[in-house]
Design a binder for this molecule. Structure first.
Ligand SMILES: Nc1ncnc2c1ncn2[C@@H]1O[C@H](COP(=O)(O)OP(=O)(O)OP(=O)(O)O)[C@@H](O)[C@H]1O
Length: 233
């Protein structure tokens, strides 16, 4: 079993006075090709864990290895580059750039990544359009985020997350701002993309219905992993 990421003895303490121990000695392994859900109540440390695993935040102590690279040993600049070349991100409130159209939002990761600096703009546009088509949202290519529904914005966000062909996509409450129908559709899209592309997805959620679409569920409470289930789907 090939590992995408692994964390050992991870601790995260916020603040010095009245400090909060958000993660208490977490060990976790993320397997290549899986959809992993991290499930737990509000405040249990899910976002903190995701941010430490993706290198968006630094743990207080413990080790994080992603794609065989030790994040602790990278500078912030190296981590930024590593993220842009190997990871995709999906957020609860989509985080699209409001002054860019759907198409321009999807083009952005290719425009800013050094890895793709040789690609001509016409090729970037074509690739972004193909991604919008794959996610059945190409008819809104020229729309701005404020002109799109939540479900539409999240499709655009997925296209943006996948356009660089990342090894792993980190999704923080990706269905949190969607209704039941759109949440189900989103999880369908994630399953399809996982099957078609082999991309590993790590999804943080408080919603058991969302988690049950994952191959594996890790349960968290009060900064600890309290259980794990592997499912056949
Ligand atoms: N920047 C911060 N400064 C201080 N405390 C923080 C900070 N971020 C998170 N915390 C605290 O750390 C704990 C874990 O928070 P975290 O956001 O990781 O939980 P969560 O499970 O993702 O919650 P939610 O589902 O509500 O987003 C909480 O007690 C929270 O108040």
């Amino acid at each position: 079993m090939e590992l995408i990421a692994k964390a050992k003895s991870l601790r995260k303490v916020y603040g010095s006075k009245n400090s909060v121990e958000a993660l208490k000695n977490i060990d976790i392994e993320i397997v290549k090709g899986e959809i992993l859900a991290i499930l737990g109540p509000s405040g249990c440390g899910k976002t903190t864990l995701l941010n430490c695993l993706s290198g968006l935040d630094n743990p207080t102590s413990g080790e994080v290895i992603v794609l065989n690279k030790n994040l602790n040993k990278m500078s912030e600049e190296e981590k930024t580059r590593f993220r842009s070349e190997n990871m995709g991100f999906i957020f609860q409130f989509f985080n699209l750039i409001p002054v860019l159209t759907a198409l321009e939002n999807v083009e952005l990761p290719l425009l800013i990544s050094k890895k793709y600096h040789n690609l001509p703009p016409s090729e970037i546009r074509k690739t972004a359009m193909e991604w919008l088509k794959k996610l059945h949202i190409h008819h809104r290519a020229g729309a701005y985020p404020s002109e799109m529904s939540g479900g539409e914005q999240q499709r655009v966000a997925i296209a943006r997350a996948l356009i660089t062909n990342p090894k792993v996509v980190w999704a923080d409450e990706p269905t949190g701002a969607l209704d039941t129908k759109n949440s189900e559709e989103l999880m369908e899209i994630i399953s399809t993309m996982n099957k078609e592309l082999g991309t590993t997805f790590v999804i943080v959620t408080h919603d058991a219905n969302v988690a049950k679409k994952a191959h594996r569920i890790i349960r968290m409470d009060s900064g600890l992993i309290i259980g794990e289930e592997t499912k056949k789907i």
